[in-house]
Design a protein around this ligand. Structure first.
Ligand code: C2E
Ligand code: MG
Ligand code: MG
Length: 845
């Protein structure tokens, strides 16, 4: 169905013709009621023309919602003229006097001008007819003229208001009945007031024309009072408006919603046809222009600052609202209005400590009668300042939201966001879901050899490369370190694997970073949930665990990409149970310690013990640390775990010392612990809590871990050493560190990894490695512990090589704290009071 074409101007033209015809007809009818003399346009006619022109200029504005109505004092003139101007000439004097004002002062457009003039003609003709008809019936005498005059004025107002309603309906094609009736009521009330004032003037003039002077004065005072009252009312309603605006803003959380609300409300409140907001983004340096169009939709586009009219740029820099009135003669004002293609405008700059910059522009006051005034500028400025605060708050919240969900280095989604989106995707069982988990193969080498800066650049480059391969709607995230993940929905298994292979190829391409070429490569684990499977047993965590299993399989088999299959994952139910139960275990004290003695090679004098953690699990029994330390590290629980171990080990050591066995105690630290800012403080606090001398505590750090972030770990190690604690490098020989690097660290001890110790008696190569470690360590004044000494022959060989201490099943298996004193007594081994520092050892040698 096609919409009928609407031609509002055609309707108005028809009304104009009808008014004129009606006016002429009614005027003629009125003429018939009076005695007809010769038609001369004498003095009263000319006075009436002037009086209509003057009083037409004095308008009282009554604002009703979006529409402003005006009551002009010309209606006073009409009442007075009914008495003095010959019938028949009255409508002409009204049209002439009022027309001058509309044409020269208000510069109305032709159609509107024609409408108003025709309507006046009709109004006044009706007034004349009513007046003459009633006056004839009532006979002359000023007192008897009150009713005809009032009736005439009311009749004219009724016709006027009905006609205006008709034209509003004709142009907008709709009729709001309540508003129309309210308008009629206002007009009638205005007419009643004007008629009364007119009658008083006529009465006074009948007495003496001089009385007209105090009458006019009184009218002026009355007008002044009215304006004052109107201003107060406007102020009062502004306060209300401001309060409501602020309240509405505070309920609007998103910045684009804030912009929409501001444009809508401000345009409504200031009765502007158009509202535009220019907002400068100081981060991107771009300027966004949001326009609220007549259909209420907002359109945002980027614009260049230099493309804005200079006057608009200036307005943005200013700190006050700018009011550009219709008909202004100021050239700058005219220029800016031209640039804005507007008849009038009001602009308020956006500024604030919050770093926002921009300008809010309202153009084209609705209705023809008024233009923007100074008060509108003040109101807009005040509304804008509320808008600025709301906008700054909304942006801050959005930024924090973004930061909490994104990785700051690559700008990709972070683990939290990935998990959230995955959970949501799994709820929609209609889609097939795939998770790709990837770990870079040689990232650590890049980081270690070229430093962190290159490491960061590499991660960023990887982010860009992967993003390029992404399909629309898939989510790429950096989960941490060199681990990236992709979430895909609406894919089948083959497609998921194909995409993983494409990503793998992209990552295998050499990278060029600041002139350095490198090949990193990645291992990608793929897990797929077919469409329509209920999501419950495919929770996000489980899916990620499976992707992890597949990724390790890809790493082990050097396949690049590996799809998760159930048989890969024999241990995963246990691992999952451990992962979910660890927090409770730490809190409920299900962790316990075992201690393994360390003794001097040769005389087997016991010098200390190493604390090794165990988990007494209700289902899996005693769980070894290798099964849960990595979980604790990944889930951030290593902090609590290490605190538990340190506290328990120092408490036990204090008990042994009190029982006469002041052994040294070693505790293992994870490299993650070295990243905790308060680690040194915690160690200090626990030492003093249990009154253990710092020198009796040794902290072990695994060599390969130590090298993952040498600069950072070195600083923490120095802090720990400054406390007086001893530092030991665990599993020595498995990492890449050189002994000369260790020279720079405040280390007292190295523990040769058990893989070299086990066969030291038989394997000449292992023996050579141990010998080399011993030689270098001793030159650096480091004490050497051999771990994993399982038999007599190994101990004997270590003695020949000159090893200092040993630890292993041959001496003792790890035992509970309460067993230790009994073991010491039973073994009847010599004891030394404290561990020799390297210097003491060399001094005695
Ligand atoms: P580690 O620090 O190198 O500890 C020595 C490991 O070798 C212990 O295993 C110990 O039971 C085992 N061991 C001792 N003597 C022999 C032997 O003669 N032959 C063989 N084959 N093994 C021997 P455990 O207790 O399972 O601990 C494994 C690893 O878990 C530890 O290696 C350490 O890296 C880590 N770990 C243990 N407790 C903690 C802890 O409280 N915190 C942290 N971060 N890691 C811990
Ligand atoms: Mg250890
Ligand atoms: Mg070890």
């Amino acid at each position: 169905m096609t919409q009928p074409t609407r031609h509002p101007s055609r309707g108005v033209s028809l009304l104009v013709i009808a008014f004129l015809a009606g006016g002429v007809w009614i005027d003629t009818a009125a003429l018939h009621l009076v005695e007809r003399g010769t038609v001369t346009f004498a003095l009263p006619f000319l006075v009436a023309v002037v009086a209509f022109a003057v009083t037409e200029g004095v308008v009282m504005h009554v604002e009703l919602g979006k529409n402003a109505h005006s009551v002009s004092l010309a209606e006073v003139t009409l009442t007075v003229s009914l008495f003095f101007v010959p019938t028949g000439q009255l409508p002409i004097s009204r049209v002439l006097g009022g027309g001058i004002v509309l044409l020269l002062v208000r510069k109305q457009r032709p159609l509107k001008l024609a409408f108003n003039l025709a309507l006046w003609f009709l109004d006044v003709a009706v007034a004349s007819l009513v007046f003459q008809a009633l006056r004839g019936a009532l006979d002359a005498g000023i007192e008897r003229m009150v009713v005809p005059a009032v009736a005439a004025a009311l009749a004219a107002a009724l016709v006027d208001s009905l006609a205006v309603n008709a034209v509003i309906a004709a142009t907008s094609f709709e009729l709001d009945l309540t508003r129309a009736l309210r308008f009629v009521e206002t007009c009638m009330l205005g007419a009643l007031g004007c008629a009364t004032a007119g009658l008083v003037c006529v009465g006074a003039m009948a007495h003496s024309p001089w009385l007209l002077i105090p009458m006019v004065l009184m009218l002026a005072l009355y007008l002044f009072g009215f304006h004052h009252f109107a201003a107060l009312r406007a102020q009062h309603s502004n306060v209300k408006v401001m309060y409501e605006f602020a309240a509405e803003l505070s309920r609007t959380p998103h910045s684009d919603q804030v912009v929409g609300l501001v444009l809508r409300r401000v345009a409504e409140l200031l009765r502007a046809e158009r509202a535009v907001l220019y907002l400068h983004d100081h981060e991107t340096g771009q300027l966004a222009r949001t326009i609220r169009s007549e259909d209420g939709v907002n359109h945002t586009t980027e614009v260049a600052l230099r493309d804005l009219p200079p006057a608009l740029q200036q307005a943005m820099e200013g700190d006050q609202a700018l009011v550009l009135r219709a008909g202004s003669q100021d050239t700058a004002c005219i220029e800016l209005l031209d640039a804005l293609t507007a008849k009038d405008a009001v602009l308020a700059p956006l500024s604030g400590e919050q770093g926002l910059r921009g300008v809010l522009v309202l153009t084209d006051r609705t209705g023809e009668v008024t233009t923007f005034a100074k008060d509108d500028g003040l109101l807009l400025q005040a509304l804008t300042s509320h808008a600025v605060t709301a906008l700054a708050n909304a942006r801050l919240v959005e930024r924090l939201d973004h930061e909490s969900m994104h990785d700051s280095l690559t700008g990709l989604a972070n683990r939290a966001r990935f998990q959230e989106r995955l959970t949501r995707a799994l709820r929609r069982t209609g889609d097939g879901v795939a998770v790709l988990l990837m770990d870079l193969d040689r990232f650590k080498e890049v980081n270690d050899t070229l430093g962190h800066h290159h490491g960061d650049l590499l991660l960023q480059e990887i982010g860009v490369r992967l993003s390029r391969q992404m399909r629309q709607g898939d989510l790429l995230a950096r989960l941490g370190g060199d681990e990236f993940a992709v979430l895909m929905t609406g894919v089948d298994q083959e497609a998921a694997v194909a995409i993983a292979e494409r990503l793998s190829r992209a990552l295998n391409e050499p990278m060029h970073l600041h002139g350095v070429e490198m090949e990193v490569g990645a291992s990608i684990g793929v897990v797929h949930v077919p469409a329509g499977r209920p999501g419950n047993d495919h929770e996000a965590t489980l899916l990620l665990q499976r992707a992890d299993v597949a990724m390790y399989a890809a790493k082990q088999h050097y396949t690049g990409v590996h799809l998760y299959l159930d048989e890969l994952d024999g241990y995963s139910p246990r691992r999952l149970a451990l992962a979910s139960g660890l927090r409770g275990a730490i809190e409920q004290g299900h962790l316990s310690l075992r201690y393994q003695p360390q003794a001097r090679v040769g005389d087997r004098a016991v010098v200390g013990v190493e604390a090794l953690v165990r988990w007494e699990h209700p289902v899996y029994g005693t769980v070894p640390p290798d099964d849960f330390i990595s979980i604790a590290e990944q889930t951030g629980q290593i902090r609590e775990l290490t605190r538990f171990v340190l506290n328990a080990a120092l408490a036990d050591r204090a008990r042994w010392a009190a029982a006469g066995a002041p052994l040294s105690v070693s505790v293992n630290l994870s490299v993650r612990n070295l990243m905790e800012p308060d680690l040194v403080a915690v160690v200090r606090e626990l030492l003093s809590k249990h009154a253990v001398p710092a020198g009796q505590l040794t902290l072990e750090i695994t060599e390969s871990h130590l090298m993952s972030d040498p600069a950072r770990t070195a600083e923490v190690l120095r802090g720990l050493s400054a406390l007086g604690a001893r530092l030991s490098i665990d599993d020595f020989g498995t990492g890449y560190s050189s002994l000369s690097y260790l020279k720079q660290l405040p280390v007292s001890e190295v523990k040769v990894d058990k893989s070299f110790v086990r066969d030291v008696a038989e394997d000449a190569e292992d023996a050579a490695i141990v010998e080399a470690i011993l030689g270098l360590a001793h030159t650096l004044h480091l004490q050497v512990v051999a771990e994993g000494v399982e038999d007599e022959r190994s101990e004997e060989r270590l003695r020949e090589l000159g090893c200092d201490l040993m630890q292993g099943y041959h001496l003792a298996r790890p035992m509970r704290g309460e067993e230790l004193l009994g073991w010491l007594a039973a073994a009847k081994l010599p004891r030394v009071r404290s561990l020799p520092t390297p210097r003491e050892r060399f001094a005695s040698a």
